[in-house]
Design a protein around this ligand. Structure first.
Ligand code: NAP
Length: 405
């Protein structure tokens, strides 16, 4: 079919001039954000290619809209459509806390085997930051997306399954857990899933001339899960002998100085990593980590460059990719045309990069930067920028389009 993105034999994308791209508007503030984001993405493509290229956005159902129309939260057809189209974009979806269904976001990542959650964090001039010298912040997180505690293997306290797990633990480890009032969660971390994630992070560092890759883990405490992540991650480093230098080799062979053209593979324990990125951000570049660490560090880094409203993300596998906001549905602002659509817009720019439409992606990024310099922004930024004019979500999209020149 002529409007469908296909995969070449080498894994690269074959993108037609008018590709059909499925989108999920999302729950809560999702529909407001999506409308604004589509307006900006369409304008950037039109401006860059003068009508020669155009995305045909195709709505697919997930979340509350899907449940209302089909009785299912994540219809099979939605997953199939994303699979066949190779590239999709989505707004946030609701997940109840401590009860109810499992996260649809997690289900999409696992069902489509989107094993790398990629989140770039770069300071945009003019955005208020709680840090000193935020200009130094330019990191990109590669978070393993399919396993760890996110795998969703857990049993509620008091259930037969939890009791059986507790009995097994008692037999194998001698640890006594309260069998009626202990919930159990399982944390699987496997060699192959770790390796493909770390390989992707290192390949990204090589392709984009980055300085270092840091494996963020809690291997001192969780030796056979996070410790194994570190061990397998370091093994991947040895697959790139002409490019990667380990910290060990740095001191043994190179007197502490990274040789020209090489990339340093570091590792940091997770708690230390939080203070490192805050206090010495210029020393960190590409970060590769297991799922839960990645979740936490993503929001910290997003806050350091102005908050969740501007934090983009992508979930990428070997067959397809889904681009999405880092933030959630912000339900208290639903339907108010209020929140910042920047996160989905910048995720859209990542999508344009992924499609090879870099000129349009750059236009999106520079226009959003200009709108911020003009101090015409949504409430989240306006409340922190002196003399800023607060715009609605849709007005901010208009402002970004106007900044495209
Ligand atoms: P949230 O929706 O991200 O909102 C937390 C706070 O972050 C908001 O109250 C708001 O701060 C700020 N914020 C979020 N999005 C913003 C935006 N676009 N512009 C400006 N500020 C924004 O997190 P939550 O309240 O913890 O989660 C709500 C629901 O979203 C839950 O059901 C959760 O499971 C789901 N969720 C979905 C995803 C996803 O789809 N990938 C990710 C995370 C959470 P102020 O109150 O300071 O204005």
């Amino acid at each position: 079919m002529k409007n469908i993105i296909t995969l070449n034999n080498d894994g690269s994308l074959n993108v037609p001039d008018t590709p059909q791209i499925p989108y999920i508007p999302g729950d809560g503030t999702g529909p407001d954000i999506w409308k604004a984001a589509q307006r900006v993405l369409d304008a950037a493509v039109e401006k860059t290619y003068g009508g020669k290229k155009k995305i045909r956005f195709l709505e697919v159902l997930a979340g509350e809209a899907a449940f209302e129309q089909t009785g299912e939260w994540l219809p099979k057809e939605t997953l199939e459509t994303i699979k066949t189209h190779r590239v999709a974009i989505k707004g946030p979806l609701t997940t109840p806390v401590g009860k109810g269904m499992r996260s649809l976001n997690v289900a999409i990542r696992q069902e489509l085997d989107l094993f790398a959650c990629i989140r770039p964090v770069k300071y945009i001039q003019g955005v208020p930051s709680p840090c000193n010298g935020p200009e130094a912040i330019n990191m990109i997180i590669f978070r393993e997306n399919t396993e760890d505690l996110y795998k969703g293997i857990e049993w509620e306290a008091g259930t037969e399954e939890a009791k059986q797990a507790i009995a097994f633990i008692r037999e194998k480890s001698g640890q006594n857990l309260d069998e009626n009032f202990t919930g159990i969660g399982i944390k699987p971390i496997s060699r192959d899933n770790t390796k493909r994630l770390v390989r992707k992070a290192i390949q990204y560092a090589i392709d984009h001339n980055r300085q270092n890759v840091t494996l963020m883990h809690k291997g001192n405490i969780m030796k056979f899960t996070e410790g194994a992540f570190l061990k397998w991650g370091l093994e991947v480093g040895t697959e790139f002998p002409h490019k990667i230098v380990s910290e060990q080799a740095l001191w043994d062979k190179y007197d502490g100085k990274v040789p020209q053209g090489k990339i340093l593979l570091k590792d940091r324990i997770a708690d230390n990593m939080f203070q490192q990125v805050l206090m010495r951000p210029s020393e960190y570049d590409v970060i590769a980590c297991p799922n839960l660490n990645g979740d936490y560090i993503s929001d910290l880094l997003a806050a350091m460059v102005g908050g969740l409203g501007l934090a983009p993300g992508a979930n990428v596998g070997s067959e397809c990719a889904v681009f999405e906001a880092t933030h959630g549905t912000a339900p208290k602002y639903a339907g108010m045309d209020k929140v910042n659509p920047g996160s989905v817009i910048l995720s859209g720019a990542m999508m344009l990069d992924h499609m090879g439409w870099q000129e349009a992606a750059e236009l999106v990024r520079s226009a959003i930067g200009q709108a911020i310099l003009n101090k015409r922004v949504t409430y989240d930024l306006a409340r922190q920028i002196p003399l800023a004019i607060e715009l609605k979500c849709s007005e901010f999209a208009e402002e970004i389009c106007a900044c495209m020149g």
